[in-house]
Design a protein around this ligand. Structure first.
Ligand SMILES: Nc1ncnc2c1ncn2[C@@H]1O[C@H](COP(=O)(O)OP(=O)(O)OP(=O)(O)O)[C@@H](O)[C@H]1O
Length: 616
């Protein structure tokens, strides 16, 4: 599909400020003529003060939650929250967030359109009851207790208002545990199912912490053009960074906390302009951030919160050097002086060990067995020879089309191994009457963004993707994920199928399996069994063959049932080196039950810098 040429990125469009009100322009002409569109930066601790207030809030301690600031009167706006009266860029003028584009506007428009576009039988409603029985395991010293409702957590009125705008009625399990842990100032390594609300779990404490935190200390010696974010959120792909940015903007709406995104493939000048206007939370991909650090346009010495989304991916061979550089070799405060949160749906033990360098006295949180996470997703595996894959896919798509409610779309995400394979399958589908688009690392950023938009809107209801779309993307109405080519790693399979069945909704995942995937047989059969899925007899036979039992990159290999996406490696008595399986063991409590040996760490972990990777 051709990309439109009208804009460079969604972020550009979403961030475009509306024209300032005439009165504001007039004031700007008198007081600060040269830059009407660049208000001077006011740090968060000053934004919430009323004009007459001089006292800074008390600094937060690392172990206790500081009291919330009193919400000032915001001119009768109910639930006005943490905003301050006037004072932005000069007393009495409009507050910066009076001009803030409403980040919920698109949601409302989409919701209004939805019944027309999408099949109402697919993915309807949020069903968090599906998560009620999910086992949770925490380890570490003095774990703060979980909460059951948002009301029990004191996040501040402005953020609470945004939670209501998001229509989040109650916290998901990972949020119930992770938010109190983070608000208590503790470092956290959290492993929870795909689609279970991890983004909010790390964003809420960050937004709240910035709103309540001590005055920002932003040194000026780096130059006026250097940005000093208070929080850094790193994620592995451009699209995921954009998505986190969009979410974080919603959570920060009218709090005065400013969120900026920086990712590769998009013009850096626009991102620099945004940074110059001030940043509290910077969402970034590692490559672009290193670039900004080298240009001294960003400095990390004021960072109080560091979050790594898809943390296991961020610390694998592909990203680890860049992430270490950012976290350990620049000017970021060390563990203990900052708060660090690592999140993923999967957390191999080897990666946990590496990640522990970034953390101090941390709590490990595992929410949900892998099985639980995927119970919502009906998994099918079909034996399909390479040569038959296209016709088989065609049969599936025809059946899906026939089954769909009249005139309504469902979205289908098809994963393939290579970029060339993605292009070729997209072309073939289009030629055969199935509107498709594709996303992979060889498409330019405009094309990637256009493809994703076109898919989300249902205009091209089939998206052919490499693993670049496997993690984190939250696309409503994905009813079916097809693993046209299976990945070589069961964790990648977990992330891929997690693009459907999100937020307690149901989904379907179909995998094409043949001899080429035999090394996945055992881990796939085990995962399906744990997820209460029917394992075909032929797959069980493959899995039983000794030579197919978890070679390659199947990091989950080994015995045991009721697995989490990861278990605290510190609980493993043999955690020193080598040792037992990373997962295994019971679904709660005890540290026993580690069996088998892991094959992870033997080299060849997907996505390495020099590997023929489908990633960016
Ligand atoms: N408390 C809540 N109530 C209702 N919906 C929620 C809640 N928390 C999050 N959601 C919604 O659930 C969906 C999934 O959330 P999110 O993308 O954060 O999942 P995730 O755990 O990060 O998934 P992944 O592992 O794939 O990255 C989003 O659409 C989000 O808006």
């Amino acid at each position: 599909m051709a990309a439109p040429s009208s804009h460079t990125s969604w972020a550009d469009v979403a961030d475009a400020d509306p024209a300032p009100a005439p009165a504001a322009v007039a004031a700007a002409v008198v007081n600060d003529p040269p830059r009407p569109d660049r208000p001077s930066y006011v740090p968060p601790h000053l934004r919430n003060r009323s004009a007459g207030s001089a006292a800074a809030p008390p600094p937060s301690s690392s172990s206790s939650l500081p009291p919330p600031r009193a919400a000032p009167d915001l001119g009768g706006r109910p639930g006005g929250g943490m905003g301050r009266v006037g004072g932005f860029g000069g007393g009495g003028g409009p507050r910066r967030w009076d001009r803030e584009p409403n980040p919920f506007a698109n949601d409302e428009a989409a919701a209004a359109d939805e019944p027309e576009v999408f099949d109402a039988h697919q993915n309807t409603g949020i069903n968090f009851d599906a998560y009620e029985d999910i086992p949770v395991e925490t380890s570490g010293r003095e774990v703060p207790p979980p909460v059951s409702t948002f009301a029990e957590i004191d996040l501040g009125e402005a953020l609470n208002e945004n939670i209501r705008r998001c229509k989040y009625v109650r916290p998901t399990p990972v949020q119930r545990y992770a938010i109190p842990i983070s608000l208590a100032g503790r470092d956290l390594m959290a492993c929870a199912q795909t689609g279970s609300g991890k983004t909010a779990a790390f964003c809420f404490p960050i937004v709240s912490g910035i709103m309540r935190g001590p005055p920002a200390q932003r040194p000026q010696r780096g130059g006026m053009r250097t940005a000093y974010p208070l929080a850094l959120i790193l994620s592995p792909t451009r699209e995921l960074s954009m998505q986190i940015h969009e979410e974080a903007k919603k959570f920060s709406y009218q709090t005065g906390v400013r969120v900026v995104v920086a990712y590769g493939g998009a013009p850096i000048t626009q991102q620099l302009r945004e940074l110059e206007r001030g940043v509290d939370i910077l969402v970034a991909t590692p490559g672009r951030l290193v670039d900004l650090l080298e240009r001294a346009r960003v400095a990390l010495q004021s960072v109080r919160f560091l979050a790594l989304d898809e943390a296991d991916r961020m610390l694998d061979m592909g990203f680890e050097p860049q992430v270490r550089r950012i976290v350990e070799q620049m000017d970021m405060p060390p563990p203990g002086a900052r708060q660090t949160m690592l999140f993923s749906a999967t957390f191999p033990k080897e990666i946990q060990r590496m990640a522990s360098d970034f953390l101090e006295n941390y709590i490990f949180l595992a929410v949900g067995r892998v099985g639980s996470s995927t119970d919502l997703i009906a998994q099918r595996v079909e034996f399909v020879q390479e040569a038959d894959k296209r016709s088989h896919l065609m049969d599936l798509l025809h059946a899906q089309r026939d089954g769909a409610t009249q005139g309504k779309s469902t979205l289908t995400l098809v994963f393939v191994e290579t970029k060339r394979g993605a292009d070729s399958l997209e072309h073939w589908l289009c030629m055969n009457g199935f509107p498709a688009t594709s996303i992979h690392g060889d498409r330019n950023q405009q094309e990637r963004e256009y493809a994703l938009r076109s898919f989300k809107s249902g205009q091209t209801p089939i998206l052919v993707a490499t693993d670049v779309a496997a993690r984190g993307l939250d696309i409503p109405h994905v009813a079916h994920v097809v693993n046209f080519d299976l990945p070589n790693d069961i964790d990648d399979y977990v992330h891929r199928i997690g693009r459907t069945g999100r937020a307690g909704k149901s989904g379907l995942a179909t995998a094409f399996f043949n001899e080429n995937n035999s090394s996945m047989a055992r881990s796939l059969a085990e995962l399906m069994q744990e997820s209460n899925q029917e394992v075909p007899a032929w797959l069980s036979r493959y899995a039983a063959r000794p030579s197919y039992g978890g070679g390659g990159r199947n990091r989950r290999s080994g015995g045991g049932s009721s697995r989490f996406g990861g278990r605290d490696f510190r609980r493993d008595s043999s955690s020193g080196r080598g040792g037992g399986d990373y997962y295994g063991g019971g679904s709660s409590g005890g540290a026993g039950g580690y069996a088998g040996s892991s094959s992870y760490g033997g080299g060849g972990y997907g996505g390495g810098a020099g590997a023929p990777s489908a990633w960016d």
